[in-house]
Design a protein around this ligand. Sequence first.
Ligand code: SF4
Length: 425
Amino acid sequence: MTRGCLDTPVIKERGQHEVFCGLTSIIWLHRKMQDAFFLVVGSRTCAHLLQSAAGVMIFAEPRFGTAILEEKDLAGMADANAELDREVALLLQRRPDIRQLFLVGSCPSEVIKLDLARAAERLSEQFAPHVRVLNFSGSGIETTFTQGEDTCLASMVPALPASDAQQLLLVGALPDVVEDQARALLAQIGIETVHCLPAQRADATPSIGPNTKYALTQPFLGETHAALQRRGARWIEAPTPLGVEGTTLWLMAIADAFGISRAKVEAVIAAPRARAQAAVARVAETLQGKSAFFMPDSQMEPALARFLQRECGMDIVEIGTPYLHAELHRPELALLAAGPRLAEGQDVERQLDRVRAARPDITICGLGLANPLEAEGLTTKWAIELVFTPVHLFEQAADLAGLFARPIRRKQILAQGGPRMEAAE
Ligand code: SF4
């Protein structure tokens, strides 16, 4: 095995950081878990963040909301707890479709003083067995935007029923269409029992035990990974299934873990892989030889950099990531050819200086940094789009490349004085 970037020294930064908080994960989690409700216990700022991140939702009963803790609640936590219990009772009475309720912590100091774990236990006892109440933190002090998913899934693991069944657990909130593709590929390979965490509905909640092997679909699930190991489940080490190579290696690792031959996997994936390779190659024409700089946002950066470097021919200048998990990022760093700088954490001004010095063809960053960088003539891609868009597995590999190619192409068209309509594709 080559050592790739495994020996690259890591720049550790602990300065000011500019990222969305974990509440943002609620946007994709609530779409995935169709009978869950996410009750943020927070401030008006939290409510505004959720509203704007979710966009306009006019077509259905919402499945997330904010219980706003006003300053007056500071007078007594007993009052705040009683208020919370009352809100939850009203909500569950009005919405019998809710089967899982998450109390989501945030950063205001009055929320930090509330013991939401105790509140979740108390309410779970009250509303069991119809509703399970859990809690996790989406606080911006503790989490970046993808870590909300991690803390949510980790909160579910201790409550999963025990099982000795030989089974595969896919971990991470994939869009339904992608989950269906994964299940279809795994069934053709010969893996019979596949469950997902999170499940679409509470009654499909997976069980877990020492014969459960699990594959992560996202690289930012460190806490969930630790919680699953505490339950005796075994991790299948593999790169994230992003791009043709990532998907191939991920499926191969799962097949190995279940004693299925690589020849069988090859036979199943030959056609979809060839289609994906051809589709990625078309999009990669725009990306070949271009440079990319990752600001730390999602912990997906090493996996995305590996895809852009190895499948799209890009030159990766720097891979910034909020947290470099020694185990979960190892498969990606082993694949990445040495060359990119690695940075963990953030000191935003110093990192911006490095972006300005490198002037990369594309900078992947948060919304707050994208506009100022664009004003300086740099091309950007919002990191958050990479979790809002289906990007996993063979079928989406070219779409993933397209997310990076589009802003670069738009810049080229504008530089050539091309028509504005076309530039706004
Ligand atoms: S949890 Fe904290 S960072 Fe997130 S919206 Fe609320 S106040 Fe802001």
